[in-house]
Design a protein around this ligand. Structure first.
Ligand code: ADP
Length: 161
């Protein structure tokens, strides 16, 4: 069975990576896909985000990296994924994620949404928190893969973060 793990990944965090590593053990294939959301102005370009994910997942078998726009369920069909994977950090994620899961189910009942509870040690992490810390010069090396820490340092014009 194949899973699609969609998200903004702006940037990829160790929480995302933990989810991808666990999914890679559960599924025959995992497609990590960056959603190109016209409503959001990302900090990192699509190419940068794809490169961040590619280099952080290079050690994993069965992980593919891609991007899409439009409906997630349509992309799940195109990538032959039967499952859409999402992470749940806290109760605050639940309401929104449940609404999206119900919407996707109404559009494509053959595609199931599965949730993985995020690792406790990464449950406080979000891409926005990481950017906020990096912007003000905080150390983010325990929050993101090394390549992302370098990208954040460059983004905020610092030699090290
Ligand atoms: P989106 O804009 O689609 O929410 P994100 O990149 O913020 O994109 O998140 C993509 C997915 O990763 C979501 O399912 C989200 O719940 C999950 N996620 C976000 N942060 C973490 C984390 N720290 N640990 C595990 N999963 C996470």
């Amino acid at each position: 069975m194949r899973a699609l793990y969609p998200g903004s990944f702006d940037p990829l965090t160790l929480g995302h990576l933990d989810l991808i590593e666990r999914a890679a053990r559960l599924f025959d294939g995992v497609v990590v896909a960056v959603l190109q959301n016209p409503g959001k102005q990302p900090a990192f370009s699509l190419e940068q985000r794809l490169e961040q994910i590619r280099s952080a997942t290079a050690h994993l078998n069965g992980v593919e990296v891609g991007s899409f726009d439009g409906l997630t369920v349509d992309f799940a069909g195109r990538s032959e994924a039967q499952v859409i994977l999402r992470g749940l950090r806290a109760l605050s994620d639940f309401e929104f994620e449940l609404q999206i899961a119900h919407t996707n189910h109404s559009l494509a009942p053959q595609v199931e949404t599965l949730f993985l509870a995020t690792a406790v040690r990464h449950s406080f992490l979000s891409s926005s928190v990481v950017k906020e810390v990096a912007r003000f010069g905080g150390d983010v090396r325990h929050m993101v893969p090394p390549g992302v820490a370098d990208d954040l340092a460059r983004l905020f014009n610092r030699t090290s973060v």
